[in-house]
Design a protein around this ligand. Structure first.
Ligand code: 8IG
Length: 270
């Protein structure tokens, strides 16, 4: 079997990790955290930000193209002394930069030494009882992108991809947290009501445009994976209303204090 370091994309990740180590003076990070829609301020309680880098300056990263997304990489020191690499710049599949670009942040985190990958996202809910502002633990995913971050005959097991151990830790922090199956679609359009009915039949509870491909890359890199979704809208057809990006930003603002505390307490408990 090929060594992971030889997989396409890892060389670029190693370069980015070296750049981060050099600019921050932090040779190793323990945990990495990707901030999705609605989560941009949720990392502020985790610890002290000791260094901030502009994503565009770090090899292989791109400034985000989405309003409400922040284009920085930060090194955060927790009160316990854990080093967290906060990735505020996610490349989405719909940007057309290829799957390697989509998972570059995850691979960079792995190359920077992180053994835990925490992925957050904003998503639509297929469950009427999970209203906008509800955080949900991702228990599993359905990859509807017809793509993979793995190239060549790289057969990676995805059983228990989303760490049951960290899900337990999260429920220890907030026992009311539900968990559900996340379907990643390519976007950038939202779904039709018929597509949402089809996804419900397939077993999806949440729908979004990120996370699954990144989780696969994180597993391939040997990381423990945890994902938290913030419901920012009911999926298409759930109500008479149409979907718009302003609603997504508003739901994130509203849920801000709760999800910030949640994330900080989970990280502190790892
Ligand atoms: I935020 O309803 C957010 N991202 N595909 N559907 C899809 N992606 C999303 C949605 C949604 N809400």
């Amino acid at each position: 079997m090929e060594h992971i370091e030889e997989h396409p994309g890892f060389e670029a990740a190693r370069e980015a990790a070296e750049y981060i180590a050099e600019k921050t003076g932090v040779s190793r990070h323990d945990i990495a955290l990707t901030l999705g829609s609605g989560w941009s301020e949720a990392a502020d309680l985790i610890g002290e930000t000791t260094h901030t880098l502009n994503a565009a300056e770090v090899p292989g990263f791109h400034a985000p193209s989405v309003p409400g997304h922040v284009g920085t990489l930060r090194s955060v020191l927790t009160p316990k002394g854990t080093r967290v690499l906060v990735l505020g710049a996610r490349t989405h599949f719909y940007e057309g930069k290829g799957v390697r670009a989509v998972v570059h942040g995850v691979r960079t985190a792995a190359a920077a030494g992180a053994t835990t990958m925490i992925l957050t996202n904003g998503c639509g809910s297929l469950r009427g009882e999970w209203l906008p502002g509800t955080p949900v633990i991702v228990s599993d995913h359905i990859n509807m992108t017809a793509a993979s971050p793995l190239e060549g005959a790289t057969f990676v097991d995805l059983t228990s991809l989303y760490s049951p151990r960290i899900a337990e830790v999260a429920r220890g922090v907030d026992s009311s947290l539900p968990s559900g199956v996340y379907a990643q679609l390519t976007g950038p359009h939202y779904e039709t009501p018929a597509e949402i009915r089809a996804l419900r039949t397939l077993g999806a509870d949440l729908v979004g445009m990120s996370t699954a491909l990144e989780a696969i890359a994180a597993r391939h890199a040997g990381m423990e994976v945890f994902a938290l979704s913030l419901v920012t809208n009911l999926a298409a057809g759930s109500t008479e209303a149409s979907l718009d990006h302003q609603e997504v930003i508003a739901a994130g603002k509203e849920a801000g204090p709760r999800i910030s505390r949640l994330l900080a307490e989970i990280v502190a408990s790892l």
